[in-house]
Design a protein around this ligand. Structure first.
Ligand SMILES: Nc1ncnc2c1ncn2[C@@H]1O[C@H](COP(=O)(O)OP(=O)(O)OP(=O)(O)O)[C@@H](O)[C@H]1O
Length: 257
């Protein structure tokens, strides 16, 4: 379970009026729930995620989680020559006694997590030599190996190719179905429609809308959020199966701001 209540953040709260990135944001995620956060660049998605993960202190409000919150940053660089396996083993740290080194079970879980994100073959590679997408997969594996009940991921698919985007979305949905509560940001409404139970649209300041993803993610809401024209397409890919709704945008048709 993850709950945030009255969450607000401003870099200059003393200003009148204060310039709030977001304010009065509340939601309670049940185990198994995926919440997807959408909003334009600079709207405060990363700041909100960092508040939820306990890495940034919110200006207002509080966060409560049943257990450790795993955080997967948008990108990560290190010059230290850790291997991919070492990076994933770091996710096990809170399970180790003081000064203990990872044991057989930790290694099994780390290899298992690398396998789950499809990069078991990269275990012994030096992390700084991996591509951006490969590094993103290592960080997701690290969060999986940590075995916490809550995962918070900042644009986890941003550096991934189309096939790996699908794999990671499937993986996250699968982890939620195993009982994890998951919060992620994305710039792709389709990713939200694919896996989210709940969507959060950050229109700015106090206008932050939270609700069931299939109700909130309409072409008019997505269009208004980004200032573009958006259209819904209904795909009947599987005869006898439920039609799938996707939102496409016309990049050449900005709405007047
Ligand atoms: N120290 C600071 N002082 C003032 N503004 C800051 C400071 N640090 C960050 N900001 C601003 O806060 C805003 C929110 O940043 P944040 O990274 O949360 O946005 P985001 O929605 O995740 O953006 P993106 O989609 O580009 O990743 C941005 O406009 C950023 O420039």
């Amino acid at each position: 379970m993850l709950e945030f209540d009255g969450l607000g953040f401003s870099h200059d709260p003393g200003q009148d009026p204060g310039r709030w990135l977001f304010r009065d944001v509340s939601h309670k995620l049940a185990p198994g729930e995926v919440l997807t956060v959408l909003g334009p660049n600079g709207r405060g998605k990363t700041t909100l995620l960092r508040c939820v993960a306990g890495l940034t202190t919110p200006t207002e409000g509080r966060v409560r989680a049943d257990g450790a919150v795993g955080f997967v940053p948008q990108s990560h660089h290190t010059t230290f020559a850790y291997t991919a396996l070492d990076m994933v083993l770091m996710g096990r740290v809170r399970h180790l006694r003081a000064l203990a080194t990872p044991g057989r079970r930790d290694h099994e879980l780390a290899y298992g997590a690398l396998g789950r994100v499809g990069i078991g073959h990269l275990a012994d590679r030096d992390y700084p030599t991996l591509s951006g997408g490969e590094r993103q997969l290592v960080l997701i594996a690290r969060a999986i190996a940590a075995q916490g009940p809550v995962l918070v991921l900042d644009e986890p698919a941003s550096a991934l190719d189309l096939r790996n985007q699908g794999r990671v979305l499937d993986l996250l949905r699968g982890l939620a179905d195993e009982g994890l509560a998951i919060v992620l940001t994305t710039h792709h409404p389709d990713h939200a429609m694919e896996i989210a139970d709940t969507a959060m649209l950050m229109f700015g300041g106090t206008d932050v809308r939270i609700g069931p993803a299939d109700e909130l993610l309409t072409d008019s809401a997505v269009g208004a959020l980004y200032g573009v024209r958006a259209h819904t397409l209904v795909l009947n890919e599987d005869p006898g199966g439920a039609p799938r709704r996707v939102i496409v945008t016309r990049y050449d048709q900005e709405l007047p701001s």
